[in-house]
Design a protein around this ligand. Sequence first.
Ligand code: PGA
Length: 249
Amino acid sequence: MRRKLAAGNWKMNGTGAALNELEALRTACPAPSVDILICPPATLLDRATRVVAGSGIAIGGQDCHAATSGAHTGDLSADMLLDAGASTVILGHSERREDHAEQNEDIRAKARAAMDAGLKAIICVGESLEQREAANTLDIIGGQMSGSIPDQSTGENLIVAYEPIWAIGTGKVPTLDEIGEVHDFIRARLERRFGEGVGRSVRLLYGGSVKPGNAADIFAVSNVDGALVGGASLKAADFAGIIDALQEA
Ligand code: PGA
């Protein structure tokens, strides 16, 4: 059985005051039956870890460098994230792929570093609107998967997030059939590459405009094991609504 996961990506949002929302989330979800992860900006990792200590909420990073240390001004290693209390790191988010020109091989190297350090990696894949309209979605996802998922992946250290770029922060969501088609495809690819045991144990998240109002429908889709949530993870009440829907799924 795959344990369901509600992951929140705060992106470049939040200073110390935002920890009140984390505190409120902790209060709203005292004994969660699903995994909960919040990925705040790196400046809040250490403080966020303290806020959630002893709760069912885990903390994660939003990116890491592929090297373990060295002359990389402004970057953070996987070990540093772990040291600050992170259990997980998001890698290859489309905003990193776009803003920092990250390629599949960069993401694979980062994922190797994260897994070597003992972090779980949430590897993001997803098509642009243009690619979807040209009926290239599955080709694009397949290429991103083979390029960015490392060989050492297991059901324990790998989570895959399907995030159609055109659905992120836009309020637009694919149809449930479209989500199901991509998630079934990702599952089949993982089983083919890693064998049925590992392939079936990797958790698959959907991301892109998940809100309390659409979460239950999305969580009922086959091979959706949870969500990667941006905007709606910033407010405890909204994220708690999504967590409730996942607990009931
Ligand atoms: P959104 O972002 O929920 O604000 O659409 C999702 C994501 O980028 O992970």
